[in-house]
Design a protein around this ligand. Structure first.
Ligand code: TMP
Length: 263
């Protein structure tokens, strides 16, 4: 039996020791949690879809020059990644008012924001991941001003790219959360994108119907989470492949053709 050393277990993923020094295996579980794990369910197949979707997005981001931890897909649920020292900050980028921003400021959900907004949350479950400012981050040494600057620039590039990518398949990228890590190589330290990007960590709305194709289906008890994630995977062109592959690429959705089927 496989007796790999478990390095870390989070709510939706497990990290195991990798085959070579400096590598880890990132395993996607089927667990869905919300509200700091107060709500929990197991949704069979979610991990497989998130593995595929995250792989696809990280590969596309690498292609445009965003450094990431992704090395290769190992199997349906696992990917080989570079080991990093995670910076304990969740970077949230928002394009449209939703979720905690809409609640906090009394904004109507769906309102286009005047410009993309970046927010930071300190990763501390026992504190419910409080929102923090750049001042807190640098004063407490969670990241240096240079690292923070780099994370913000990368976040903007990632947002610009993903907004366009999703729009091309009939999906509005409302907001998303990303995490970065320090990658030590020779004498250098680089900030690279880590963790995952999937419908667990994004808000994705169908541009035609405004249907939610993300974890809000679970947070708000809407049902149909797996079908929604499958739809995202299908439109990205990564569904139904039993091999570790990058997929055929996004399925272009014409504005009058919401199903994405050839017209
Ligand atoms: P929020 O509106 O609840 O603050 O969420 C903003 C974005 O961050 C949304 O796309 C969901 C994502 N997110 C996570 O990935 N993990 C979390 O723990 C939370 C609270 C949000």
């Amino acid at each position: 039996m496989n007796r790999r050393r478990r390095i870390y277990e989070g709510k939706a993923k497990v990290l195991y020791e990798g085959p070579e020094p400096g590598t880890l295996i990132q395993h996607f579980k089927d667990d869905a949690t919300a509200f700091n794990a107060k709500k929990h369910a197991v949704i069979e197949g979610k991990g497989v879809l998130n593995n595929r979707i995250s792989e696809f997005l990280f590969e596309r981001l690498e292609e445009i020059g965003v450094p990431t931890h992704f090395i290769k897909t190992l199997n349906m649920r696992e990917q080989l990644v570079r080991e990093v020292e995670i910076i304990p900050i969740e970077v949230v980028v928002r394009n449209v008012a939703a979720g905690s921003l809409a609640t906090k400021l009394g904004l109507e959900e769906g309102m286009q924001l005047p410009r993309s907004i970046i927010e930071f949350y300190y990763k501390a479950d026992e504190l419910n991941d409080p929102m923090v400012s750049e001042e807190h981050i640098t004063a407490f040494g969670w990241a240096t001003p240079q690292e923070l600057d780099e994370m913000m620039q990368l976040a903007i590039r990632i947002n610009d790219f993903m907004v366009g990518l999703f729009l091309g398949i009939g999906i509005k990228l409302v907001d998303f959360k990303i995490e970065f890590g320090r990658h030590y190589e020779n004498d250098h330290v680089n900030i690279i994108l880590a963790d995952e990007i999937s419908p667990d960590s994004c808000r994705l709305w169908d541009t035609q119907t405004s249907d939610k194709l993300d974890k809000d289906r679970f947070r708000q008890d809407l049902g149909g989470l797996l079908e929604a994630y499958q739809e995202v995977a299908r439109r990205l062109g990564v569904l139904n492949q039993n091999r570790p592959a990058t997929g055929a690429g996004p399925v272009l959705v014409a504005s009058n053709n919401p199903t994405g089927s050839p017209s």
